[in-house]
Design a binder for this molecule. Structure first.
Ligand SMILES: Nc1ncnc2c1ncn2[C@@H]1O[C@H](COP(=O)(O)OP(=O)(O)OP(=O)(O)O)[C@@H](O)[C@H]1O
Length: 544
C-alpha cells in the first residue's frame, strides 16, 4: 500500500531505509536535499553522506539543490556527490592494488570502446551493437578478467577477441570501472571502510540503476539509505538499467514505498497532457500545487504543419517570441532522434541573436567552456589546442571520469574549430557561451529525450510527433514500445509553464524529395488534452 504524504514530512521519516516512488515534478530531488539536512543530524562524527547520480548534469543539478538547502559550509563538510563511474574510479584508485590493478590506471574514455568496435567491424551497426551488448552483459557482475573472458568465449567470439585486445593493451573500458569497484566492495574489509565513512546514501532516479549499480550503492553504505525514482520514467533499459529487479530489491530492503501526487513543476495546462500520457501507463494523476500561480493556467498547444521546413520556421519564431517577452525564460526544444532535427538546426543557425545550447555537444556545457577558458588564460596566447588539451586534462580530478571524458570530447571539437593552424585562440573565439551558476541558462536548449531527463524548462517544445519518430521505428516489440511511451512521458513532463507539440505531414528524404508521414500513434492521446489553439498562442506570447 502506498500513502500520499508531503515531501517535507517524508524527509523527516524516522526509518533508516526510505523508498519513494512518485511521478515527475513532485519534488523527489528536492526531497533528497531535505532528507540530507535531516540525516546530517543522525551521522556519527566524521561521517559523510554519499549522493549518487548518473550523468554530470544530474550531478550538478543534485549538487546545486543540496548546496542551496544546506549552505556551502555544511554541503562541503558532509556531502559527496558522485556519479557511479566517478565513485567507482575513486574506489579503484584507493584500493585497486588489492586486486592487482594499477591504481594509476589510465582513465577510460567511452570512445576507447567505440574506436575498438570501429576497427573490428567498421560501420556494421548490428554487429557493433551485438558486441557492445555482449561486453556490457559480461561485465555486469563482480567478475574478474578471466571470468569475463570465459563467458565471452561462450557467447560472442568477436567480443572475446576485443576483450583480449583490451587486456593485452593494459587499459580499462568504461564498464570495467564498475565491475572492478564491485569486486573491491565484495572484499569485506574494503566495504567496511566505505560503510564507516558514509553514514547515509541518497540515490536519485533509482529506475535507471542496473543491479550492479544498486550493489555498489548498497555496499558503499549500510546505515541509512534513501532511494527515490519513478519506474514510469525508466528509459534506460537499453543501456543496462533493470528497473523491475531494482524495484523488487528496494521494496524488500525498504518496505512499502511512499508516494507524492502534487506537482511543483508544471502548470494545470501542462499537467492535463502529462496526466493523459501517464494514465495510459497506469500512473498517478497529478494536481498543480498552486494552480492560480500560472498565468492563464499555463499553455498546452498541439499543431500540425504541412512540412518539416514550415514546422522548423514556426518553432524558431515561437522561441523568439517567448524570449522577447521574457529574456530570462528557458525553452527546451526536444527532438527524440537526431535525424528528425535537420531542418530545425538549419533554421536555428539562421536565427541570429537567439541564445541557444546544444546539449549533445560537450562544448555547450557552460562549466566546461569556462574551464577551457581558464586554462587558456594561463597559457601563451599563441598556444595550440594540443597545449590546451594537456593543461585542461591535467587539471581534472582523475576520479571524475565523466568530466574527463566530456573534456576530451570538447577538445576534439575545438581541434576541428581551430582549423589547420591548431590555434587555440581561434577555436575559443568561436565559443559564445558564458558561465552562469544557474543550472539551466535562459535561451533555447536543443536536446533529445534522454539528455533532458531530470531537467525542467519554462517552455518545452516537443518536435515531430510522427510515426517512426515517436515511437522510434526501431521499437519493434511491446517492451520497446512501452519504453518509447515512457520516453514521451519524460519529454512532456519537463515543461513548467507551456508545452507545444508539433508534427509535420510531409518529410524530406535524404535527396530532398517530400514524402507523406502519418501522425504518431500517441498524437491524439496528447493533442486532445491540449487547451490552447495555435492561433491563440501568438496572443499569449505578445499580450504581457
Ligand atoms: N515542496 C516544494 N515546494 C515548492 N517547490 C518545490 C517543492 N518540491 C519541489 N519543488 C520544485 O518543483 C520542481 C520539481 O521538483 P523536482 O525536480 O525535485 O521533482 P522530481 O520529482 O525530482 O522530478 P523528475 O521526476 O521529473 O526528476 C523544482 O523546481 C523544485 O524546486
Amino acid at each position: 500500500m502506498t500513502e500520499p504524504l508531503t515531501a517535507a514530512s517524508l524527509a523527516e521519516a524516522p526509518s533508516d531505509a526510505l523508498l519513494v516512488i512518485a511521478p515527475p515534478g513532485t519534488g523527489k530531488t528536492e526531497l533528497l536535499a531535505r532528507r540530507a539536512a535531516v540525516l546530517i543530524e543522525r551521522l556519527e562524527p566524521h561521517q559523510k553522506i554519499l549522493a549518487l547520480t548518473f550523468s554530470n548534469k544530474a550531478k550538478r543539478n543534485l549538487g546545486a539543490r543540496l548546496q542551496r538547502e544546506l549552505g556551502t559550509i555544511r554541503f562541503r563538510r558532509y556531502i559527496r556527490v558522485r556519479n557511479f563511474h566517478g565513485h567507482a574510479a575513486e574506489i579503484l584508485r584507493s584500493h585497486g592494488r588489492t586486486l592487482g590493478l594499477d591504481p594509476a590506471f589510465a582513465m577510460p574514455d567511452a570512445r576507447t570502446l567505440t574506436r575498438a568496435l570501429e576497427t573490428e567491424v567498421g560501420n556494421d551497426w548490428t554487429a557493433r551493437e551485438a558486441i557492445a551488448r555482449a561486453l556490457r552483459e559480461a561485465k555486469q557482475g563482480a567478475r574478474d578478467d578471466s571470468e569475463v573472458a570465459e563467458l565471452l568465449e561462450r557467447v560472442d567470439l568477436r567480443a572475446a577477441g576485443l576483450e583480449r585486445g583490451r587486456v593485452a593493451a593494459g587499459i580499462l573500458h568504461y564498464d570495467d570501472l564498475l565491475r572492478h569497484a564491485q569486486r573491491l566492495l565484495h572484499v569485506d574489509a574494503i566495504a567496511e571502510l566505505y560503510q564507516r565513512h558514509y553514514g547515509a546514501v541518497l540515490v536519485d532516479e533509482f529506475q535507471d540503476l542496473s543491479m550492479q549499480q544498486l550493489d555498489l550503492a548498497i555496499r558503499s553504505c549500510t546505515a541509512r539509505r534513501t532511494f527515490v525514482g519513478d519506474p514510469l520514467q525508466g528509459i534506460y533499459t537499453w543501456a543496462g538499467a533493470e528497473p523491475t529487479q531494482v524495484e523488487a530489491t528496494l521494496r524488500q530492503m525498504c518496505g512499502s514505498p511512499y508516494t507524492l501526487t502534487v506537482s511543483y513543476r508544471s502548470s494545470p495546462a501542462v499537467l492535463a497532457v502529462v496526466n493523459a500520457a501517464a494514465e495510459e501507463l497506469g500512473g498517478e494523476q497529478l494536481a498543480a500545487a498552486d494552480p492560480s500561480a500560472w498565468r492563464d493556467g499555463g499553455v498546452s498547444c498541439a499543431v500540425e504543419f504541412d512540412s518539416t521546413t514550415e514546422e522548423a520556421e514556426a518553432i524558431v519564431e515561437v522561441c523568439e517570441r517567448i524570449l522577447a517577452q521574457d529574456p530570462e525564460t528557458s525553452v527546451g526544444v526536444i527532438v527524440r532522434a537526431a535525424w528528425r532535427r535537420k531542418e530545425l538546426e538549419d533554421a536555428l543557425d539562421n536565427a541570429h541573436g537567439l541564445p541557444r545550447y546544444r546539449w549533445d555537444l560537450a562544448i555547450d556545457d557552460t562549466v566546461l567552456a569556462e574551464r577551457l577558458r581558464d586554462a587558456f588564460r594561463t597559457l601563451p596566447t599563441t598556444c595550440t589546442v594540443e597545449h590546451l588539451r594537456d593543461k585542461v586534462l591535467a587539471l581534472i580530478d582523475p576520479a571524475d571520469v565523466d568530466t574527463y571524458q566530456q573534456a576530451a570530447e570538447a577538445l576534439e571539437m575545438l581541434e576541428e574549430l581551430a582549423g589547420p593552424t591548431g590555434a587555440a585562440s581561434k577555436a575559443l573565439d568561436q565559443l559564445t557561451i558564458r558561465a552562469d551558476d544557474r543550472p539551466i541558462e535562459p535561451g533555447v536548449h536543443l536536446l533529445n529525450a534522454h539528455t533532458g531527463k531530470g531537467q525542467q524548462f519554462d517552455w518545452v517544445i516537443i518536435v515531430g510527433l510522427d510515426d517512426g519518430h515517436i515511437p522510434s521505428f526501431q521499437a519493434s516489440d511491446s517492451e520497446a514500445l512501452a519504453e518509447e511511451q515512457r520516453v514521451l512521458l519524460v519529454m512532456l513532463s519537463r515543461a513548467r509553464h507551456g508545452l507545444i507539440l508539433t508534427r509535420a505531414q510531409q518529410h524530406l528524404s535524404k535527396v530532398g524529395r517530400p514524402y507523406p508521414k502519418s501522425p504518431s500513434r500517441w498524437w491524439r492521446l496528447v493533442a486532445d488534452p491540449c487547451s490552447t489553439p495555435w492561433s491563440e498562442l501568438r496572443h499569449h506570447l505578445t499580450d504581457t
